[in-house]
Design a protein around this ligand. Sequence first.
Ligand SMILES: [Zn+2]
Length: 281
Amino acid sequence: MRAAALASAALLLTGVLTGALAGCSGSSSGGPGKPHKAAGTPTAPATASPADPGAYRRWGLDKPLAAPPAPPAKKLTDGFRAGEKPQIIRRIPTQDKVVFVTFDDGAEKDPEFLRMAADLKVPFTMFLTDDIARAGAGYGYFDKLRALGNGIDNHTLSHPNLRTLSAEAQKREICGQQDSLQKRFGSRPALFRPPYGNYNDATLTAAAGCGVRAVVLWEATMQINDMRYAEGNGLRPGDIVLAHFRGPQELKGTTMTRMVTNMLRSIQAQGFTVARLEDYL
Ligand SMILES: [Zn+2]
């Protein structure tokens, strides 16, 4: 009874969040901006040489994830004109059984995850918050993940609820992190994710003014052992999965790598594989 009540509360919460997001719209065209290369992705991403099945077993997975289909010829942001309002992406339109993995904030910098990422070669996109990513081992940690071909994108300077900020303060948060990431990695991210998925018209205007091409939200959220879905009881083609750089303190004793194993197992068990978001966006 109690568990059921909790589960429906969680579902309700997801529903509220999605509903709130769906209510947002904007019409500002924003200021001028330059066209940019996709995200902080290296120019020549390390293409997936097939991962060795032994490596998967070492990380607790029975077999490698299926190879993703060839990326589409046209990306969703093709045809984007500098300064125009970024698209809002909750899910990638595709019939293929692929999902996209994203890791947010940048708090946990587990060296084991560097090994796991290098072993498994599963692509993912990182949305980093300056304050959080900079702490401890700092951006050097994420640069190692980027060197494997994974994108680094914008998640503000200090992780505020943007809806509570003035247009000017939102601009500082979003464009400040564009500048910081450009300085650190050499290119301005094309993708932005607002903390908590909260945004308004001023967010889109600010993002447009400093080179953001798409605002990336999500439809599935990785918890510690399993995923929650905005709709239905499972993954759908093109779902964007939200996960975080989290360690045992936030995961009730579970490590980042074990959480990722749980996530990949679930993706696999549902008949899906992981594709690279930057190939579609
Ligand atoms: Zn966040």
